[in-house]
Design a protein around this ligand. Structure first.
Ligand SMILES: [Fe+2]
Length: 443
């Protein structure tokens, strides 16, 4: 296939990917019972109804006018559903359910919007030379934006009471022998961060550019993520009561919110329970603990260790003993598949650490990609050569404030396309609802 034929194939593929991504978000709204659509499961975020409109209006605001010259048919909805909330230190939203439009109105807006966009995309793909030169990148942005919401909506619906959700079929119980963690030495070497553009048409967000090498001195890293069992020792030995383990801001936060254990845990008399996606279960001791950056940092300090840097994560995940060879994924260069880890929507919850030995890195480190994002101690900052994406300038730049930390890897609800090596996720340190875990290093 020639260059033009190849371009057409890629673009058609993008339309299919957009349609598939829509099925992912549709699936999430279907598990919400009707009466809960106007609930706000996370106090700092919008009500669920906002996201029903947002994932569609985002595509419309990105593509309609810019790529296709389509006039707005509902300007007030385009605006109402345009922006989410990043809750850094601000007050909580105070809107009422009655401030939002009826479900039917939002759904008919969504239907018309999809129909108009699909028609325009099909037309543009038939004549690629006449379309917007950046249409392919814009479609990638639409696909990945929606898939990111498919993940963050899962965090949100996770916090919605089980009786407000339509449960998925029960997942089988994992029988994995209990894995005992220990440190693994990683020799000094080079880690390549950022996106390498081979053909110039690989998609990456602005914060992934440019590719660059970082020298990483020797260090040692946990072979597995910290489990609920291990984190229990920290809870029971007073980790949440020892001010010396917390930064001033983190201490103020846990005191103000009265946080005494991970948000996914529940105390029931003498028993510890766990809030899984579709109900309470006994605390799964062998699952990775999901915690905020502040809690992960306090645990590491209690242990006399640290969280890894972004470069150390890269070295542990993609490095090999031959400095000239780095892998695309921890397991090698093969594309992500279910045998390599817990990601790409196969499961709603975590699996025991060490359940995917075939996904281990060259240094034998487990679960680096999947089963929970991994906190690093690296603040989210631009790579050298950073330029904001022209049609979404605030995507990364709005968060270079020293108040967000890089997460790497991926969770059970991270789409396969975002498991690429250069992908960077970030969150502020006092947000406990993310499927984020950690491991410690000594350096
Ligand atoms: Fe969004």
């Amino acid at each position: 296939m020639g260059a033009i034929g190849g371009a057409v194939r890629v673009r058609h593929d993008l339309h299919t990917r957009l349609i598939n991504a829509r099925a992912r978000t549709d699936e999430l709204f279907h598990i919400v019972r009707d009466e809960a659509l106007y609930d706000r499961p996370i106090p700092e975020r919008h009500r669920i109804i906002f996201y029903l409109g947002h994932v569609e209006s985002f595509d419309w605001n990105l593509l309609a006018q810019r790529a296709f010259g389509l006039p707005s048919f509902h300007p007030s909805f385009d605006k109402l559903f345009a922006f989410g909330i990043d809750p850094v230190g601000g007050g909580l939203p105070t809107d009422e359910p009655s401030d939002w439009p009826a479900r039917e109105e939002v759904e008919s807006y969504n239907q018309r919007l999809r129909a108009e966009l699909d028609q325009a995309i099909t037309k543009a793909l038939a004549r690629p030379s006449e379309g917007h030169p950046q249409l392919a990148s814009m479609l990638e942005v639409a696909v990945e934006h929606r898939l990111m919401h498919a993940e963050t909506l899962s965090y949100m619906l996770h916090q919605l009471a089980a009786d407000k959700k339509i449960p998925a079929p029960r997942e089988s119980v994992w029988q994995t022998p209990r894995a005992k963690s220990h440190l693994v030495e990683i020799p000094a070497g080079v880690a390549t961060l950022g996106l390498h553009r081979v053909n110039g048409d690989e998609f990456g967000w602005d914060n992934e550019i440019e590719e660059h090498e970082v020298e990483v001195p020797e260090f040692a890293v946990d072979i597995y993520n910290v489990t609920n069992r291990e984190f229990m020792s920290f809870v029971q030995r007073g980790g949440y009561e020892d001010k010396s383990l917390w930064s001033d801001e983190a201490w103020a936060w846990i005191k103000k919110e009265n946080i005494q254990h991970p948000v996914f845990w529940r105390r029931a008399g003498n028993l510890w329970m766990y809030r899984a996606m579709f109900g309470l279960i006994q605390l799964p001791l062998d699952w990775p603990v999901y915690v905020s950056h502040a809690e992960a940092t306090a645990y590491a300090k209690w242990f006399g260790r640290k969280l890894p840097t972004e470069a150390q994560f890269h070295r542990a995940a993609y490095g090999t003993s031959d400095d000239a060879v780095e892998r695309q994924y921890p397991w090698g260069d093969e594309l992500p598949g279910a045998r390599y880890g817990n990601f790409d929507f196969s499961h709603w919850d975590a699996t025991p650490v060490g359940s995917y030995p075939r996904g281990a890195s060259a240094f034998g480190i487990h679960d680096l990609v999947g089963n929970g994002w991994e906190w690093t101690r690296t603040t989210f900052e631009p790579f050298p050569g950073f330029t904001p994406m022209p049609f979404y300038p605030g995507y990364s730049a709005n968060f270079f404030d020293g108040k967000h930390y890089v997460m790497k890897g991926g969770s059970p609800r991270t789409a396969a396309c975002m498991l690429r090596r250069s992908f960077r996720n970030w969150f502020q340190p006092h947000y406990p609802y993310v499927y984020a875990t950690f491991r410690c290093v000594e350096d």
